[in-house]
Structures are given as structure tokens and as C-alpha cells.
Design a protein. Structure first.
Length: 283
């Protein structure tokens, strides 16, 4: 976080710069906690320049880190003339790079399921789970520790979703670390049929047979299919708008028996199970 005032209590300008200081120890070396630090400048960061490049203003990735090395970092804020303030507290980490996952993406109803097997991890890392991010680097899904899949929910059907999947683990010092991101993409699809219409009734009227039914569930119907059977199996006799709740069959004949049912269709074309059949005997 950026300092808000100088040591004299005066407000600092919004645009200050940062200097990252670093000390390093090779694999197996002891980073003595009480020994004098030999910190060297690893980076000079200009927030204005980084913002113009689309980079975070108060975050930095060390491109020179080597596997198994231990690093200690401090950060200094510098004024416009390059004068540094006091150093921040130190943070220390042994860098054990995580391999990137190799994900597969599967579309679902309003969601995307991303799966990846866990590759072998460097010794000392504890697996935490898979993490999904959108293209703005916002985490949108987290799996349980060691799980091989993560769900991204709340997505609109029919709209392509793109993001990336990362492995997460914990270092011996207790830091949460992530692998490089692997791209994932899928288009959510509505594959779940709506609930069938309920309370279907059939009434014999002078002009034919009138059917009535009720909507079930919260998903809107895109269409309602009316089916009728005489001596054989059911066949479609009408396809109505989704908001229809009744239908009059005027093609019936006196003295015959008819069976009816209705099905609902959602916007994705999924058909519901048939409603409970009703039977009408015409005189």
C-alpha cells in the first residue's frame, strides 16, 4: 500500500515511485535472520508508466527468481527527486515454481466446469486447489484443496466465457502461491429441461375439447406442445406460445375417446416430461 504522508505528517502526492530491495540465498543456504542484510535494488517502479502499460501500480513480479532460492524483499517509497523513505517490513519466500495446469473446459447450464489433473509438485509445497479467474484477473471459482475441478457459475447461457485456470499451493513459510495461468474457454448451454405443466384438465364442450394447465417452476416456457392419442400413440396436434394456458381441440368426433398431455419447451429447445395424461369420452 502507498504511504499517505511523510515522516513529518505532511500529505504525500499521489504519484510517488517505489524501489524494490532484494537479498538472495541459494538452495540449502541459511538466510540468517540476525545477520546484516545485504539488500540490493532489484527494481525501480514508476506507477504512472506502469498504469499506461496496463500493469498494476503497487505489485511487481521478480523475473530473476530461480527455483529453490530464498528471497527477502523490502520496498521503499521515493519522492519525485528519487529520495527514498524508510524501508517496509521484510517478506521472505523460497520460490518453488508451480507448473501450469492443463485444463479441459465443459459447458453446463449457466456455468463452466474446468478440470485439470495435478502434476507432481516440488517438495515442500502443499496443494490448495484449483482457482479460476476471468480476463480481468478476478477470481470467479475456487476448488477444495487437492480437487481436480472448479466450477464457474452465474454465467449467461449462449455467451462465450474465457478465463484461465491456476494451481494454488502453500510454501513452507505459509505463503499461498499460484502457477502461471492456463487459458480456458467454453460457452454455457442450457441442457436442463423445464418442469412439465401441471394441473392438466380436459373439458368436453359443444365445439370440442378444452384443455387447461398451469405453469410449473420459475423457468419461462418458450412453447407448449399439445399431444393427443385416439387408438394409437400420442402425436403432436398443436404448438402454442409459452404463455398459453389453454387450448381447444375442435377436430374431435362424437362417440370417441381421446387421451391428451402437454409438454413444455424452454428457450434452448429442451422439452419437459409430459404432464399427467387426461382422458375424455365424447358422446
Amino acid at each position: 500500500a502507498a504511504p499517505r504522508e511523510d515522516l513529518g505528517g505532511r500529505a504525500l502526492p499521489a504519484e510517488i515511485r517505489y524501489r524494490v530491495l532484494r537479498a538472495a540465498w541459494g538452495p540449502g543456504a541459511d538466510p540468517c535472520e540476525t545477520c546484516p542484510e545485504r539488500l540490493e535494488a532489484a527494481a525501480e517502479l514508476d506507477p504512472v508508466l506502469r498504469r499506461s502499460q496496463g500493469l498494476p501500480e503497487t505489485a511487481w513480479v521478480d523475473p530473476e527468481a530461480s527455483p529453490g532460492w530464498t528471497y527477502r524483499y523490502r520496498v521503499q517509497a521515493t519522492d519525485a527527486r528519487g529520495r527514498p523513505g524508510p524501508s517496509s517490513d521484510a517478506v521472505q519466500i523460497t520460490w518453488l515454481p508451480l507448473p501450469a495446469p492443463e485444463p479441459e473446459a465443459f459447458p453446463g447450464d449457466g456455468e463452466v466446469l474446468a478440470r485439470s489433473a495435478w502434476p507432481p509438485l516440488p517438495p515442500g509445497l502443499e496443494p490448495l486447489g484449483l482457482r479460476a479467474y476471468d480476463l480481468t484477473d478476478r477470481r470467479v471459482g475456487t476448488a477444495e484443496p487437492g480437487a481436480a475441478e472448479v466450477r464457474v457459475t452465474g454465467l449467461p447461457n449462449g455467451v462465450p466465457w474465457r478465463g484461465e485456470l491456476r494451481l494454488a499451493a502453500r510454501t513452507p513459510e505459509g505463503w499461498d502461491v499460484e502457477s502461471p495461468g492456463a487459458p480456458v474457454a467454453a460457452t454455457p448451454e442450457d441442457r436442463v429441461p423445464p418442469l412439465p405443466p401441471s394441473d392438466l384438465v380436459a373439458l368436453a364442450e359443444p365445439t370440442g375439447v378444452r384443455l387447461r394447465w398451469a405453469h410449473s417452476g420459475t423457468e419461462p416456457y418458450a412453447a407448449v406442445i399439445v399431444l393427443r392419442a385416439e387408438d394409437g400413440g400420442l402425436r403432436e396436434i398443436a404448438r402454442l406460445p409459452g404463455g398459453a394456458f389453454s387450448f381447444e381441440d375442435r377436430s374431435v368426433e362424437p362417440g370417441r375417446t381421446y387421451r391428451y398431455t402437454v409438454r413444455a419447451v424452454d428457450a434452448a429447445g429442451n422439452e419437459s416430461l409430459p404432464a399427467r395424461e387426461v382422458v375424455v369420452r365424447l358422446r
